[in-house]
Write a protein that binds this ligand. Sequence first.
Ligand SMILES: *Cc1c(COP(=O)(O)O)cnc(C)c1O
Length: 382
Amino acid sequence: MTSLPPIALFDMKAQQALIRTELDQRLAAVLDGGRFINGPEVAELEQKLAAFSGCAHGVGVSSGTDALQIAMMGEGIGRGDAVFLPAFTYTATAEVPLVLGATPIFVDVDPVSFNIDIADLKRRIALVEAEGRLRPAAVVGVDLFGLPADWPAIEAICAEKGMFALDDAAQAYGASLGNKRLGRWGHATALSFYPTKTLGCYGDGGALLTDDADRAELWRSLRTHGEGKTRYEVERTGMNGRLDTIQAAILLAKLPLLEGELAARTKVAAAYHAGLAGKVQVPEMVPGHAWGLYSILLADAGQRARVQDACKAAGVPTSIYYPKSLHRQPAYAAAHAGAIAAGAPGLPVAEMLCERILSLPMHPYLTEAEVARVVAAVVGAV
Ligand SMILES: *Cc1c(COP(=O)(O)O)cnc(C)c1O
């Protein structure tokens, strides 16, 4: 077993080999054109990203984190505002409201979808309203591991309360819910092109999607230091949040593969499901899932450690997303403790998932034999 080559958790080499010629041509065009900032590739990519999602506007930005930040800056979110977000997600989702002076309110997640728990969201909004110290300003729904959050419910809550609905789709570009791709749910959708995401560049990059022309225009200003109609007119406080032309060129070479890659990810997920269902808790095969990650639940932390060891011995990498709930992180614990003066309810599901979750190799170029090796390593250890 150990003599077999190791499997990749994510694989960017197989994909690169398929489009190496296009990549070289796209990069050469940027080098020849010399417009490294706001080159024509950026506008071309923005239009293609929006078209892929079926929405009106795409705005390229420097990372997924900056996409979240620009979206919140556009709504004027800051001191005195409460931003509701799942406790079980990547740190960037919580960091942005804090950087802007707002208060993150951590919400528990659903034990099956791992996404924000709607009943707990409503409960925490009611607690913040009852205290009256903070204004419920926004809900950030995260489509964790590629599975869309419950957007109809989040949209309904935000419409009722006059809150901003922001989709952190950093792990889920290409996913759809109902007959709509992400990008059309909520008021704004933030994407990350970090290399291991479903659409990744070769560095940092991100984008915002919306159907709202005014928001798109505002974001273009915010990503360029708040500039107005003319270059040296500063209309508002902004930031340097642009997407590099080189990264846009790389994404343009990769985008034509995405549809096929999403289908290939679904095939890998289905093969995992067939091999692992009934032995460990597997994610549901939900149509429209982008399968950015494939994460299983083990019985407890001890069994998870045994499975990780067995996988490692078999040349199968695994990873834990996430080992610590955000409300327990040193950087956020004080904000969490102070957010609701009367004391916030616990976050038992987020804490349970941190003990038991494990992500298996997931990328579109996994072979049937590789998936079988992963399944055998996991099954042999439970
Ligand atoms: C990756 C990620 C981000 C941040 O994206 P960057 O491009 O790395 O800044 C934000 N939210 C979630 C859920 C992510 O997975």
